[in-house]
Write a protein that binds this ligand. Structure first.
Ligand SMILES: Nc1ncnc2c1ncn2[C@@H]1O[C@H](COP(=O)(O)OP(=O)(O)OP(=O)(O)O)[C@@H](O)[C@H]1O
Ligand SMILES: Nc1ncnc2c1ncn2[C@@H]1O[C@H](COP(=O)(O)OP(=O)(O)OP(=O)(O)O)[C@@H](O)[C@H]1O
Ligand SMILES: [Mg+2]
Ligand SMILES: [Mg+2]
Lengths: 173, 159, 159, 173
């Protein structure tokens, strides 16, 4: 399983529909300060069900919706879709591609979708928890705290309490 | 349950020592159970000792040494339980040139099994990437994305 | 007492806006008293708005934007009340190449009145220094110091 | 007034007597990770009377004394001397140079000295507080929290509470 494509629209600084195609190897994201690089990593964290405002650098739900600029009006919703390649059968679904989407409206509502069908947040979380490699090893991604390391947070793993570090090892079990 | 935990703990601890030694050219990095008697609830402590130095607390490591030690633990976890993907946001910011080189070598190795998305300002990290996306702020203060080749990047520290 | 505070507050606020605009090429940075009625106890709030962007909380600024905003405030304080010396430890680590250039230009200006000791990995910052000290770890794991000239430094990101 | 010379012996990773001569302009300190650059800034903070273990990255007093290495025995004391040029008369002393020293012993004792005469910590703090430019403006240095910015701490000034930021402005008054 790997990240195939990320579609972002109205999420943080991505006012218009923007797509990233990922290959299986190493993709670098570069650019000046404040251009929107960390917002990409936030979009990945958000679409996989992240609920923590602190990790998303957003105090309230609508902080993730494009707030407008001097030349563009604010967006009325944020939408992110992550297309995962499932040809190796990590995810327990009969599709070779699985698209997970999340939307947030200014009204405070939010939607989750799997392959364009509306589901609950629990369903997205369950799907990711049940993912496992064909060899049986459990997936360490997404929900796992070491799959996405935010800016300035790499040292957090050293500052955890001993029982929190235990959880990291358990997730790798 | 704790049989599996014990086996995984052993693997991660071994990987942590290996990556640490590859990054620092020696020394020791250890994971220690806080309570060896009770595997079900024991926590995990960390100690890191760069080569030639006395064992001190993690707080006395330098900024770059801390980042490198954290990456060693992260890579040990990824090696033990290969995650399909991993996103790293400027984990190489505090590293000097030589350490960026060691980080990149380990990254390239792991990228054979795990897909990486790496946000960075460091040229050495960009140079080993299979694909490069350039993000910029348009005149309308909204982010734009452009697929880049290495030749498009300005010389010097970074893109 | 509060006459003097008020005058200083005004100067620092003005300096903050000037440095912010020099660093970001526009936008606004403001210092606001939390309680305009009571100058004796009022706190100081900060707001920063890069050019073209909507006013958001400081938490939504990027890593580099935060570092640059903090340096703008620091330089405004130094300009208002010239301190004989100032030590900066890798404040330029998160900055991209263009912003390191703007930081360095402001630093050179202030260094006419204030003595600076700057710890850095960035070549641009090193290039404008009057003197360079290289610190290294000896084989005995103790620090050694060597006075360097720019020509001694390896090419690339930093020393 | 400016920093003229810093002598460090037995302080953190500086096992042997090491000296830095500073010019009046811009001095850069460079070197690999872990070589001892931030320890120089810690030495400056320490000799000026800093008491906070967190800012000095030292949990107990003896953490600042060279702990030894595989090739060198631990030091029995740490000593730092900062020589300030006082030809402009910032410091209310009749010397054109003022040397401030601090020593720490493994026994837990510590000494402060001004021009090689033992004084109390209070005397060092008073001296720095009373420093002012010939024009009358008060000195912003040393005790002032914005004169020494530690690694990774530049953003602290943005995260202060409003009344703490007020103190920064008051110190500049
Ligand atoms: N809801 C939103 N609407 C519009 N813009 C937003 C929103 N949330 C964040 N931003 C903008 O996104 C920018 C920050 O982007 P980001 O943190 O991704 O930068 P970056 O490319 O990672 O920069 P750095 O190299 O400094 O880390 C900020 O300038 C902020 O104003
Ligand atoms: N009391 C002590 N005795 C011996 N060594 C010490 C002592 N205290 C700290 N050190 C050593 O000093 C080193 C850190 O130095 P410092 O933080 O100055 O590095 P640095 O040059 O700033 O590196 P970076 O570029 O990574 O920030 C550590 O490796 C630590 O072991
Ligand atoms: Mg960022
Ligand atoms: Mg340092």
């Amino acid at each position: 399983m790997y990240l195939k494509r990320l579609d972002v629209a109205g999420f943080k600084s991505f006012a218009t529909r923007t797509a990233f195609e990922f290959g299986q190897g190493l993709t670098a994201i570069v650019g000046p300060n404040g251009s929107g690089k960390s917002n990409v990593s936030d979009a990945l964290r958000w679409v996989l069900g992240e609920q923590s405002g602190r990790l998303l650098r957003a105090r309230k739900l609508e902080d993730v919706i494009f707030a407008g600029s001097s030349k563009r009006p604010p967006a009325d919703k944020a939408e992110v879709t992550l297309t995962l390649d499932n040809s190796a059968g990590w995810l327990p679904l009969d599709f070779s591609e699985v698209a997970i989407s999340r939307r947030a409206y200014r009204s405070g509502e939010s939607d989750y979708l799997i392959n364009r069908k509306r589901v609950r947040l629990r369903d997205v979380q369950d799907l990711l928890m049940r993912a496992s490699a064909p060899s049986g090893a459990r997936m360490g991604a997404g929900q796992n705290s070491y799959a996405i390391i935010g800016q300035g947070l790499v040292e957090t793993v050293l500052n955890l309490r001993p029982e929190e570090r235990r959880q990291l090892v358990e997730e790798a079990a | 349950m704790h049989k599996r935990f014990e086996a995984t703990f052993g693997q991660v601890a071994e990987g942590f020592e290996q990556y640490f030694q590859a990054f620092f050219g020696g020394g020791h990095a250890r994971l220690v159970l806080t309570d060896g008697e009770n595997l079900n609830t024991a926590g995990v402590d960390i100690s890191a000792q760069p080569p030639g130095k006395r064992l001190q607390s993690l707080a006395q490591l330098s900024g770059g040494e801390k980042a490198l030690t954290a990456v060693a633990l992260l890579f040990a976890l990824l090696q033990t339980s290969p995650s399909p993907f991993c996103v790293l946001d400027e984990v190489d910011a505090m590293l000097d040139d030589a350490n960026v080189g060691r980080f990149v070598a380990a990254l390239q190795e792991l990228a054979k099994r795990t897909q990486f998305v790496v946000i960075t300002h460091n040229r050495k990290t960009i140079e080993v990437s299979d694909a490069i996306y350039g993000v910029s702020m348009g005149l309308d203060s909204a982010s734009r994305v452009l697929s880049l080749r290495l030749a498009d990047l300005p010389a010097g520290r970074q893109a």
